[in-house]
Each structure stands twice: as C-alpha cells, then as structure tokens.
Ligand binder design. Structure first.
Ligand SMILES: [Zn+2]
Length: 353
C-alpha cells in the first residue's frame, strides 16, 4: 500500500513538471512597467532571472508577479539583477518580495548615499531602505566577467549569463580580439555623472543565441564596451538601452553588436527618442524593432515602429499592460517573438557570431 502511494506521488510530481513546462525553451518577457524596466527570463532548466523590477508601489510588482506566476508558471525569482539604483529599476523589488520569494540579488552594492553625482537627492537613503531590508536568500556584488550559477537542462544547448559591465568596469575582451573597425566613428558625449553610467550589463546566451541587456548604460560607457575592441561580439537581440533615451544608444554600440531584433521598453511618453530610433533604423542587421509602448509624446516625435510590433498602443489609463514575449528553442537555433495584443508572431534564425 505504502509502495503504491509512493509510485502515485512520483507520477503526480512528474506530470506536474511536464504540464508546466512542456518544452525546454529560454523564455524572455518584457513586463510592461510603463517606461521602467523588468525583463524576466526562464531558463530551459526552469530557473528564473529577473533584470530590474520597475517602479515603487504595487502596480509594477503586481504586474511582474502576475506574469511570473500565470504566464511563466514560477513560484520564486531565483536570481534578481538590479542594473542600477534609479526608482524605475529597483523600486518594485521590495514590494515584489512581499508577493513571491526572491533568491539571490546581484547589483553594484547598495549605495550609502545618492549615487547620482549630477543631482541632489537627500531622500535616496529612505527610498533604498526597503530594498536594503527586504528578505532575500543572498546578495552578490557584480564583477564584470562574473556569471550566474545556472543549472543546465538535459538535451538543450548551454545556457549562460555573463556580466559584461558593472560600475564603469568592463569584461576583458576575448584573447586576440582585433581592433573594431568602427573605432573613433562616433564622438563621445559630456561625461554622464548619473548612476545610469554604472549600469550592470548582462549577456544571456543559449547555445549560439545571444541577448544583451545593459539597463540604462549611457553613451560613453556604451562605447567602452566595443571600442577600441569589441568586448562582446555580435548579438541576436538587443534590449534598447535606457528605454530609447537620447543619452544612450550610441550607434557605435548598436552597429558593433549588430542585433537582428531590438526590443524597447519605452513608456507611452518616455524614451523612443528620435536619435535612438534613427540609430536602430540605420543599423542594417536589424530586421524587426519591437516596442513595449507606442510613443504618444505630443512633441511631434512620431517615431514608432509598425503597430504590429508594439505591445501597448494606448496611454496609461487604458493600458492593458501586454507583455512582449520571446522564446528561444532548446537548441538555441531560432527564436520567436510574440505580441500578445494582436497575436502577431515572427520567428528568426539565430545568427552565426
Ligand atoms: Zn530607466
């Protein structure tokens, strides 16, 4: 009888696992946090990585929780990466920790005072306190070249997350890397003293598939990733830096990493600047530009990709917060981007890098 019960239990457990994740894909979700950032990934082995958590308050944490539990079938965030200490990137972490457990947190180390050297914010210490005191399994200060301790799934390509930039330091270029021919083609901007320049940048791979998320990294630091040598090589998918703002998206970076697909986590009035938009349009490798929001700024900057490739068309009051999803096949050889608003989907072949 006891043996019978055990067999039943094992069968039930096996069935539950199978029903939740039929295919061992790498899934990426761009949760709509209205112009903040919250990029959720689930590896073929079922581990979850969340890069940034949107704004403070319950809205963004609630949206992340909903996508994590209902769409991705998660119970826990295994790894949280906070790119930098601006409210639209770390604000939702503490409220999210009230909704679901958070495992290990990776960031630049919690600053003891406002990390922006270009503006005063005496309230910063108060703002960061919930993040500092939230319950997590552990905390790690990111080092460029470091990786996440990810599990591998049987029969799939190798999954990896490597940090390529953190706190204005960068991963070593590959041995024997040649000088980037685009070196010197784009002039620098005035030094950015804000914490954006400290953003943690991550390169996520599954076999040949490569996805780059640099948070809000700004112009001169973007250049350092690829000039005079390209430290990361080419990628398939580029999360448009800094929501598509003009102080980021140096064409030198975008042209050097030469993505096939770009995904912009802009708000309906934030980001999607004319210069960033042009930089994407003028990058010949890009076949499709996706946006989380249609840019509805009343300043006449009507730069938008095809409506088909935009997850949310309306302003925040009517916003349904559709989540753009990308799924990489277990072998890493192709990936499909899915827009839940109109069920539009398109499959791309992973490039040779
Ligand atoms: Zn931001």
């Amino acid at each position: 009888m006891a043996a019978m019960k055990r067999i039943l239990l094992v069968l039930t457990a096996a069935f539950t696992i199978l029903s939740v994740r039929a295919e061992k894909t790498l899934d990426i979700y761009w949760v709509d946090v209205e112009g903040g950032a919250a990029t959720l990934m689930v590896t073929p082995a079922g581990q979850s990585i969340l890069i940034d958590t949107g704004n403070p308050g319950t809205r963004d944490a609630g949206r992340i929780h909903e996508v994590a539990t209902k769409q991705a079938g998660l119970r826990k965030i295994d790894f949280l990466i906070t790119t930098h200490f601006h409210g639209d990137h770390f604000g939702g972490a503490a409220p999210l920790s009230q909704l679901m457990p958070i495992g290990k947190v990776y960031d630049n180390g919690i600053p003891v005072r406002n990390p922006d050297r270009n503006r005063q914010d005496p309230a910063f210490v108060l703002k960061v306190k919930p993040y500092k005191t939230m319950k997590v399994d552990g905390r790690v200060v990111v080092k460029p070249g470091g990786t996440l301790p990810l599990q591998q799934a049987d029969g799939t390509a190798k999954v990896d997350l490597t940090f390529v930039a953190a706190a204005r330091k960068f991963i070593e270029p590959p041995k024997g890397a040649k000088k980037n021919p685009l070196t010197g083609s784009v002039p620098p901007m005035k030094e950015d003293l804000s914490d954006n320049a400290n953003s943690v940048a991550s390169l996520i791979t599954l076999g040949n598939f490569r996805f780059l998320d640099c948070g809000d990294l700004t112009w001169n630091m973007e250049a350092k990733l690829v000039e005079p040598v390209n430290r990361i090589g080419t990628v398939d998918v580029y999360q448009v830096n800094h929501h598509g703002l003009a102080t980021s998206n140096n064409p030198l970076l975008i042209k050097s990493v030469a993505p096939t697909v770009s995904v912009m986590n802009n708000g309906h009035r934030k980001g999607c600047s004319p210069s960033a938009f042009t930089a994407l349009q003028e990058t010949q490798s890009i076949k499709a530009m996706y946006q989380v929001h249609r840019n509805l700024r009343p300043d006449g900057s009507d730069n938008n990709t095809d409506n088909e490739l935009i997850a949310n068309l309306t302003g925040p009051n009517e916003c349904k917060a559709y989540t753009m999803k990308l799924s990489v096949t277990a072998d890493g050889k192709s990936y499909t981007v899915f827009n839940p608003r109109n069920k539009h989907q398109r499959t791309f072949k992973t490039r040779r890098h």
